[in-house]
Design a binder for this molecule. Structure first.
Ligand SMILES: [Zn+2]
Length: 256
């Protein structure tokens, strides 16, 4: 399996990164995709990826919650780093109105610019959306009209079947399913049951969104085993088959 969204480069894993990677390997998770956040976490991300020698694939991008007063400087940092190496994807990028909508206009502009960057470079995007549905559709409609829609994944997807079908209609998009699918009464469980396995990517978003039975503790890539088991149960499929299909989905989307 490939954990298509993990932040094991963050300080939460400073003391046991090697053990975390060994536990992942024992659980059948041998590759990791590192979505970027901002300039502050950049060095940790790149250094950790380089130390993991071919197991980690790094992305570049500005996360919507890091769009604030310094947004122009942060976006210029992304544009400058974009040129220096081969990145697996542009991400994570998107819109987040959960904490505040103060910088929503700037978030939209930053998101749109990075979507066009990905489209023009033929790179996939990793999209983070939280409490910004109307704004998301505004940006996506604009990109569609301009013929600038990249391929990508809606990370930490937790929407309804209706939302899934509406987003899927925008183009070549996958949906990252993580620990939330294991939570009691999670709406996304019913959505996953109706999704095509070809549309699903496995992700943990570690250290966040820990699946049951470890909810409340630090999340880590090894827990993809629980997430894939839950997806297999919801779809009435063999877990080995779900792991195979979702790994192939990730390989195709990210070109790895
Ligand atoms: Zn993330």
């Amino acid at each position: 399996m490939i954990d298509t969204h993990t932040h094991i480069y963050e300080p939460e894993f400073r003391d046991d990164l090697d053990e975390t990677v060994s536990r992942a390997a024992r659980a059948g998770v041998d590759r990791f995709i590192f979505p970027a956040i901002d300039s502050e976490s950049y060095d940790r991300m790149v250094r950790t990826a380089d130390a993991l020698e071919g197991k980690a694939f790094v992305c570049i991008g500005l996360h919507p919650t890091s769009v604030g007063p310094q947004w122009r400087k942060e976006l210029d940092f992304v544009l400058e780093k974009f040129r220096i190496r081969r990145w697996t994807a542009i991400g994570e990028i998107g819109l987040d109105g959960h904490w505040s909508k103060e910088y929503m206009a700037e978030q939209k502009a930053v998101f749109e610019e990075q979507m066009i960057l990905a489209h023009d470079a033929s790179l996939p995007v990793i999209i983070h959306v939280r409490d910004a549905t109307d704004e998301l559709h505004e940006v996506l409609d604009k990109l569609l009209f301009a013929g600038k829609m990249p391929r990508g994944v809606f990370h930490a997807f937790s929407g309804s079947t209706e939302t899934y079908l509406r987003l899927k209609a925008y183009g070549d998009f996958k949906f990252g399913i993580g620990g939330v699918v294991t939570y009691r009464n999670a709406q996304v469980a019913a959505t996953v049951a109706s999704m095509s396995p070809e549309d699903i990517l496995l992700e943990t978003d570690s250290p966040y969104l820990t699946p049951v039975p470890f909810r409340g503790r630090r999340n880590e890539p090894a827990y993809l085993s629980y997430i894939s088991e839950k997806i297999a149960a919801l779809k009435g499929m063999d877990v080995g088959e779900i792991r195979k299909v979702t790994t192939s989905n990730a390989e195709k989307l990210f070109g790895i």
